[in-house]
Design a protein around this ligand. Structure first.
Ligand SMILES: Nc1ncnc2c1ncn2[C@@H]1O[C@H](COP(=O)(O)OP(=O)(O)O)[C@@H](O)[C@H]1O
Ligand SMILES: CC(C)(COP(=O)(O)O)[C@@H](O)C(=O)NCCC(=O)O
Length: 250
């Protein structure tokens, strides 16, 4: 299984019982076909099929198709309805495939017992609401921490980073430019989560929801997360497993 995101790729080998081994690769490694040698380095046979979620540059998809040619490759795609989940988008195809997969994984975890708020902290930070009936209510997209920081650095010549810290502190006012940018971007990431929690508190029948936190920046957000949070960094890969079961891929 491959989760090809906009910053990096997550790969996992799975059989019908679950994930055997997983890893993180750069998009370059993924494009070069390092997955096959990675399988062999773990003493696993070459898989019978590849199931991939892809939201990044088209050339990465072309490169994966090239090295995966001898295998059967399935590209996961967003559906209007699948595995008990109904997409909120009118143009359902335009919801990111990785977001769709997190919804499938959330529904499988809840089994209709509670609503889920999904916070995915990748290149972009996305938030999605899924009610206990599997109805997606929609979501938000904002720049992730690095993207937000880099956007200001790229457009404002007076803003720079000269501190050793690469991460900000959402709780502290800053008295220099570097920390002002880093702390501010971190506060914005935390702030959107707080706002999502405030919106959730107003939703009828959402008294007993759970939060699912995933993605590469999840640790930075732990401090703002409520007690009812489950941290599942590779939720997209879990969604790929649900997708494979739903399509009965063998
Ligand atoms: N070792 C790491 N390498 C790259 N990015 C990392 C690492 N650890 C944390 N990150 C953060 O994780 C983000 C990528 O998260 P990820 O969920 O993989 O995103 P995507 O699915 O968009 O590729 C990066 O923007 C970066 O801020
Ligand atoms: C929002 C995203 C860029 C997130 O990608 P990621 O940060 O996980 O790499 C991706 O899900 C995407 O391209 N979505 C399409 C637009 C949408 O979901 O509405």
């Amino acid at each position: 299984m491959i989760d090809s995101g906009n910053s990096r790729s997550k790969v996992a080998l799975a059989d019908h019982q679950g994930i055997l081994v997983s890893d993180i690769m750069s998009s370059e490694q993924l494009a070069a076909g390092d997955v096959l040698s990675w399988c062999q380095s773990h003493d696993y046979a070459i898989p019978s099929y590849v199931l991939a979620s892809h939201v990044s540059q088209p050339q990465t998809r072309t490169a994966i198709s090239r090295w995966a040619q001898p295998l059967t490759i399935h590209w996961a795609s967003t559906h209007a309805q699948q595995a008990g989940v109904t997409n909120a988008y009118q143009q359902w195809q335009t919801l990111g495939c990785d977001r769709w997969l997190t919804l499938l994984a959330a529904q499988q975890r809840s089994q209709g017992r509670f609503p889920s708020l999904i916070v995915d902290t990748g290149t972009a930070l996305t938030i999605d609401w899924l009610d206990s009936h599997g109805q997606h209510l929609g979501g938000w997209i904002i720049p992730g921490f690095e993207l937000m920081r880099d956007a200001v650095l790229a457009r404002a010549p007076g803003v720079f980073i000269d501190s050793d810290s690469s991460r900000g502190r959402a709780t502290a006012p800053a008295s220099n430019t570097s920390d002002g940018l880093l702390n501010g971007c971190q506060a914005a990431q935390s702030g959107v989560v707080r706002q999502a929690l405030a919106v959730t508190a107003e939703l009828p029948a959402w008294q007993h929801f759970r939060v699912l936190l995933c993605g590469g920046n999840h640790q930075e957000l732990l401090a703002v997360m409520p007690d009812n949070t489950d941290v599942v960094p590779d939720l997209v890969i879990h969604g790929l497993q649900v997708y494979a079961e739903d399509l009965r891929l063998r």
